[in-house]
Design a protein around this ligand. Structure first.
Ligand code: SF4
Length: 367
């Protein structure tokens, strides 16, 4: 049996579904579908990169999200793709045995392993507020980071401190990029992040032997390059000026825009509306279920701006998909009048697609 057939057999899927997955992964990374065969080759390669996975201040939700998708192949793929040498939650061994294996793995794979860090790093008082094996987590991160081939900060806590870093931040919790500020760190924020974003990042690294393109906050552009607001399924309601005013009111029941309830989608970059969660079909993401976006993938937003505080729209962007032609508000407020409604709630604009385009053009002019 070839390596490919053995991998496909282990995943419990057929060859067609495997190739469909590779094509979908290429698409999710914004790449041509012609790279799918290279992705398939990388996934089925017997050379699996060693991964050391550390836990700091966190809830293990990122690991749960990765390993408990409703789609059965995703967790199998992750565990098949990498050699998970050390993971404090999943390791069978514990105590000195686990610590010994960690050091053996680092020694054998220096410069070759991928270091994944889940959780914030407390730096106050020498990092005494989070210790593993009797050592400050801060010291472990500083020691292992420079020895890794790549460092991935998974989740909002590892990316910039997450909820632990919310004021008054008693432990001085911060993100891995702040601690390892002299080496590149890939951040995959989210509370939790979508497992596909982690998987795609690893697959990109294995396929092309380099990291995917990152934004100025170290996030893969393929996943965090667009605002949630651009791809939101409720965007036509925003453009038409149809808002939910309170939880359970008529607008909320009808699936109107959640901007007035504090939705942070207009200032939050992530692919949640297109990836969805739990693979259970449309609507499986916070806004889809009727809850305003919390902004967990943005450093200055999630856990820092109160949940129901209305945001402002500094740089209006057009929707990624055109609004429906019948975009008339039931109360009589026309699409054009949405700008007035937006102003009334403190927004810069609640605009039609054309109005958004106009505003974007104004931005280009420096306004
Ligand atoms: Fe969607 Fe929120 Fe934007 Fe409304 S404000 S369209 S709910 S992202």
């Amino acid at each position: 049996m070839s390596n490919r057939d053995a991998t496909i057999s282990r995943l419990g899927i057929n060859r067609r579904d495997f190739l469909k997955f590779c094509t979908a992964t290429a698409t999710a990374m914004g790449l041509s579908t012609s790279v799918a065969p290279r992705i398939a080759a990388a996934i089925t390669s017997p050379n699996r990169p060693p991964v050391i996975w550390l836990h700091g201040q966190e809830c293990t939700g990122c690991t749960e999200s990765l390993l408990r998708p409703s789609h059965p192949t995703l967790d199998h793929l992750i565990l098949d793709l990498i050699s998970l040498d050390y993971h404090e939650t999943l390791s069978a061994g514990a105590g000195h045995q686990a610590e010994h294996f960690l050091h053996e793995s680092v020694k054998a794979n220096t410069g070759k392993f991928i270091l994944v860090i889940e959780g914030a790093v407390p730096v106050k008082d020498g990092g005494v507020y989070c210790q593993v094996g009797g050592r400050p987590f801060l010291d472990m991160v500083k020691e292992l980071g420079p020895q890794a081939a790549a460092v991935i900060a998974i989740g909002s806590c590892a990316s910039w401190g997450g909820i632990q870093s919310a004021p008054p931040n008693p432990t001085g919790a911060t993100g891995v990029p702040t601690v390892l500020n002299d080496i590149p760190v890939i951040s995959i924020p989210g509370c939790p992040p979508h497992p596909q974003n982690f998987l795609s990042t690893v697959i990109h690294y294995l396929t092309f032997k380099k990291l995917p393109a990152l934004d100025d906050k170290g996030r893969p552009l393929f996943a965090y390059g667009r605002l949630i607001h651009e791809n939101c399924e409720r965007r036509p309601h925003f453009d038409a000026g149809r808002f939910a005013g309170r939880f359970g009111d008529e607008g909320h029941r009808k699936g109107y825009c959640l901007f007035k309830l504090g939705c942070k989608g207009p200032i939050t970059h992530a692919n949640c509306p297109s990836q969805l969660f739990c693979e259970v079909g449309s609507g499986a993401w916070p806004v889809g279920t009727g809850h305003p976006c919390f902004g967990c993938t943005e450093k200055e937003v999630g856990f820092h701006v109160p949940l129901f505080t209305q945001t402002y729209i500094r740089n209006p962007t057009p929707a990624a998909t055109p609004p429906p032609v019948d975009a008339e508000k039931e109360s009589g407020l026309t699409a054009g009048g949405a700008a007035v409604a937006g102003a009334a709630v403190g927004a810069a604009v609640g605009a039609t697609m054309m109005a958004g385009k106009k505003a974007a053009d104004s931005q280009d002019d420096g306004e």
